[in-house]
Design a protein around this ligand. Structure first.
Ligand code: ATP
Ligand code: MG
Length: 274
């Protein structure tokens, strides 16, 4: 069974084509990074995968269900989605434990009765994400990195088959980012780990466990395939429309603007100003 099967999907809003003829397949057992600049269509594609918007043209199926033939609310129970908009909707007075427990019911706030086994699971997820110390503390006292990790634990509480992390490293310092990336790596090693989709602007966040990468540019799939085939100087310079140097370190790819980019830019700016 394919986890995601997007076929020739186009999405048009207000006379502009936001997604152009997108086709993309995610097989079971694969973890994907989705990389693209601001406004390239990443979140739009995820909104579609969650059934919040419908393709103008084309077809998609998620976790084996074809859109239009089943209850979307049921599907959403199998998908965990961590994004900045979720972060803002949570109540600051809730403890990390309650936030994680509420993930079972997909509610903002904890209203339902939970079982002892739910409590055990919540504790072990807090531990998996390195958040034990936060268990009984209020959410509004957490740092950005702590918030993200608690939200990932919350998403895992419902045992999703697909876990979407939309720019989880935004606002994190270099150490908080490495910690979060390590935790993400730990998730993939768990039995029954969900398929992961990790959205980012930064190529260096692509951990080795993400063997597949989708490069999206101006609403089109630029390339989709094996990460190692895509992250090279030529292809990435083309993708970002800028000369770049690529360095491999610790099984990850680091981007550096090539030495003449600054000079070229400066010249351009100089010419524009004078
Ligand atoms: N409901 C909508 N109506 C009109 N335009 C929209 C709508 N939703 C998104 N767009 C536009 O579609 C484009 C892609 O937006 P999207 O949020 O998918 O980008 P993104 O790749 O997630 O960007 P970022 O990295 O900044 O999060 C943007 O130009 C955005 O303004
Ligand atoms: Mg986005």
């Amino acid at each position: 069974m394919k986890i995601i099967d997007v076929r020739n999907v186009t999405w048009i809003r207000d006379d502009s084509t936001i997604l152009h003829d997108v086709s993309w397949q995610v097989e079971s057992g694969e973890h994907w990074c989705i990389v693209g600049l601001n406004g390239s269509g990443k979140t739009t594609l995820l909104n579609m995968i969650n059934g919040y918007i419908w393709p103008t043209r084309g077809q998609l199926s998620v976790l084996g269900h074809t859109f239009g033939e089943f209850d979307l609310r049921e599907l959403r129970k199998s998908i965990g989605w961590v994004s900045s908009s979720l972060q803002q909707r949570l109540y600051g007075s809730e403890t990390a434990l309650n936030i994680v427990l509420s993930g079972k019911f997909a509610t903002i706030g904890l209203y339902d009765d939970f079982l002892q086994e739910d409590l055990t699971k919540a504790y072990s997820l807090l531990q998996l994400l390195g958040c034990e110390k936060l268990t009984n503390r209020r959410y509004d006292t957490f740092s950005q990195g702590e918030r993200q990790r608690v939200l990932i634990a919350r998403a895992l509480m419902a045992s999703p088959k697909l876990l979407i992390l939309d720019e989880p490293c935004t606002g994190l310092d270099v150490f908080a980012r490495e910690l979060l990336l390590n935790m993400v790596d730990n998730i993939t090693k768990q039995p029954d780990a969900p398929t992961l989709l990790f959205v980012t602007h930064h190529v260096e966040e692509i951990m080795p466990v993400f063997k597949k990468t989708l490069l999206i540019k101006e609403g089109k799939i630029f390339r989709a395939g094996d990460t190692l085939d895509l992250l090279n100087t030529e292809l990435l310079s083309d993708f970002f429309d800028a000369p770049l140097d690529v360095e491999r370190r610790n099984n990850r790819t680091w981007l550096l603007p090539s030495s003449n980019i600054t000079e070229e830019k400066l010249k351009e700016d100089y010419v524009n100003e004078h």
